[in-house]
Design a protein around this ligand. Sequence first.
Ligand SMILES: [Zn+2]
Length: 320
Amino acid sequence: MDIIFLGTSSGTPTKARNVSGLALLDEAGGDWTLVDCGEGTQHQLLRAPLSLMRLQAVFITHVHGDHCYGLPGLLASAGMLGRSAPLPIIAPAGIEAWIRSTVELTRLILPFELRFLATESLDRWERGNWVVEKAALSHRVPSFAYRFTEASTEARLDVGKLEAHGIPRGPVWGQLRSGADATYEGRTLRSSDYVYFPNRPRRIVVAGDNDRPALLRDSCKEAHVLVHEATFTKDLAEGPAKGFGHSSAAAVASFAESIGLPHLVLTHFSPRYQADADRSPSMEDLRREAMAHYHGKLFLAEDLARYRLDKTGQCSRVSE
Ligand SMILES: [Zn+2]
């Protein structure tokens, strides 16, 4: 499963970073899912291998504009490009009324159906090989995390056992591997006796804005990757920016360390943090602060960067 960041700035865009948006897709590409859709997200799509025709669903973490103001334009473009497949939009209450009135007031004619589901009433949502669940966070408005878990992983045959039991290579092997029981020379062979699953289901948690990372303790069980905002360094988050409802790099990193999380991806950085490490404050301040508290694999997300969580549960940056 790959993650492509479409926006990693908080509040306002910068020349290098758009506001929030993130795509989840298979290694092979093609079908993808969008989490948050800040203004300009559709422009970022033009620079990524992502087509609005292959968009499977949109998830919105909370109603703040830097996470959703890109939706009307993106939907209109999908319509103009000829999309006809219905589009599920899982979003907090309020987004549906806003989008429906915008569609009506701007006389937007969409050639595809919008299927809204309020995050508040989301229990479990399945599509393809992925199961999505939510967790409530703490922010100035209701904010949520979405947890994506692989529904099933690749099955392997216990070849040694098959050979030891005198079952020759052939259709019976395929049947057992697919999960079905089989018959061979009058014997009933149970799939579960000959199949094993070497990899744990992959799990990625994508959080919205949140000032209490510990709320994700349950959701992050068995998670391989957590994507979480680190809008500020600690001095700001606990000083002048206290009350904005955001986390510091230190707070998220400490939480990730406390649960033994293997990969942490920070995003949603205040535009004040500059790329040039010689300036102050800089992205390096955020990185240093996070590294002081976390010993797993740490990434500071960048726009259009692509990260891959492979089948064995290892995450690394693959391009851009
Ligand atoms: Zn935000």
